[in-house]
Design a protein around this ligand. Structure first.
Ligand code: PLP
Length: 390
């Protein structure tokens, strides 16, 4: 019996979903790259698995860049983000990784470098809210990444990069949205075409970023996203000359991961019956913002149905309440609750609050193997310096 709490990665589901994405992408644009978004979940087993599946590593910090190097991604790296370090920026360029400039300081860095292959990508900031009202993440406040197309900053940045002898080889248009809807990708692709035309760019890649749904039957499917993107991009690009890059995170690793917890105590008050579990809301929803979770209850034995039970986590926060079960069989100690589709923005975002990182397993058919042992005191003390040894 495995000790809860733990995460379980369903490898068959992960691979099935990946293959679906990969073939839908190839069918619609026969020259493409999938860059797995490290930030979504960079558990070492996961990043290595996506590397084995042929993905590039999409990274946005020195730390993530070094993880990609560590698993042997070589130059199959897409280096994004506004907080690159100068050292890794130069290294990525010198090994031939895909680098997308996201800040003026990086443009300054170009001045000092002496590379032969002088091509680089640039991240575009554009008014997605105007094109898809109500769907963007930042609404009227606008996004903060990349160079703004509408106010002329993008033009200035392009001219500045070109004046340093660099060729703009790609544009990066990742846009986080609330809707993850098809309209977003229509808008992204239209902006890609407009920019190519306006600045007369010869682009070897267009990177539309991530932000797709995946593994949910009632949401847009990969085929729909990529058919639409391809339809629009065809106006100004061809797969013969331009690679389509996508940077999925959530759509690849969200659905195939579950979090298992066990009921460890029951407590009644005048107001409620609290079911205490050894998992926490922080393990599946680190920002404590979601209103509901996918879950299933695995009961040891049948029990009578009762009106209301409040399922709680192990932390001492009052709001560590995961859900309220109405008209449900009475939960008892030893029953398990599995939270499904929790692989994205959980393992790498969950705080070490009250308890350390839990075990992680991978299930492949009937075989279950451990891919991370829970952290304990030793791992927590690692790198700390105690009084007297400072
Ligand atoms: C630049 C970039 N690419 C890809 C992603 C992955 O997005 P998602 O997990 O929604 O697919 C993100 C997420 O914020 C991102 O910032």
């Amino acid at each position: 019996m495995m000790k809860t709490p733990y995460y379980m990665i369903n490898q068959n589901e992960l691979d099935r979903n990946f293959n679906k994405m990969s073939s839908a992408l190839k069918d619609n644009w026969n020259n493409s790259i999938i860059g797995y978004s490290y930030k979504t979940n960079y558990l070492p087993w996961i990043i290595q698995h996506f590397d084995n599946l042929g993905c590039y590593a999409e990274v946005v910090s020195e730390d993530e860049y070094l993880l990609a190097k560590r698993i042997g991604a070589g130059n199959r790296i897409i280096y994004n983000g506004p907080v690159k370090t100068k050292e890794t920026f130069y290294e990525a360029l010198s090994v031939g990784a895909i680098v997308n400039i996201d800040s003026w300081r990086e443009i300054d860095w170009l001045e000092e470098c002496g590379f032969k292959d002088k091509s680089i990508g640039i991240r575009v900031n554009f008014d997605i809210e105007k094109m898809c009202p109500g769907q963007s993440q930042c609404g009227d406040e606008g996004g903060r990444f990349g160079f703004c197309y509408e106010n002329g900053e993008l033009k200035k940045a392009i001219i500045s990069i070109q004046s340093k002898g660099f060729h703009i080889s790609g544009i990066h248009l990742h846009t986080s949205s609330k809707s993850r809807g098809l309209d977003i990708y229509k808008a992204v692709s239209e902006v890609a075409c407009a920019i190519q035309e306006e600045f007369d760019l010869e682009l070897s890649y267009v990177d539309v970023g991530g932000g797709f749904f995946g593994g949910l039957n009632n949401k847009p499917q990969f085929e729909e996203y990529f058919a639409l993107i391809s339809d629009v991009l065809c106006r100004r690009f061809s797969p013969d000359n331009t690679t389509l890059i996508i940077e999925p995170g959530m759509s690849l690793i969200g659905a195939p991961v579950s979090y298992f917890t066990t009921v460890i105590d029951i407590k009644s008050t005048e107001k409620n019956r609290f079911v205490v579990t050894d998992g926490s809301r922080t393990g599946i929803d680190p920002f404590l913002k979601k209103e509901s979770y996918f879950y299933s209850i695995h009961k040891k034995e049948r029990t009578p149905v009762i009106d209301k039970q409040v399922i709680c986590g192990y932390t001492c926060m009052e709001n560590d309440r995961l859900f309220t079960a109405f008209e449900c069989q009475e939960l008892c100690c030893g029953d398990q609750i599995e939270y499904e589709k929790v692989g994205a923005y959980t393992m790498c975002l969950a705080p070490m609050f009250i308890k350390s990182f839990p075990d992680v397993y991978v299930k492949n058919g009937d075989t279950v193997k451990s891919v991370r042992n829970a952290w304990g005191t030793e791992e927590y003390f690692m790198k700390s310096i105690l009084e007297g040894n400072e």
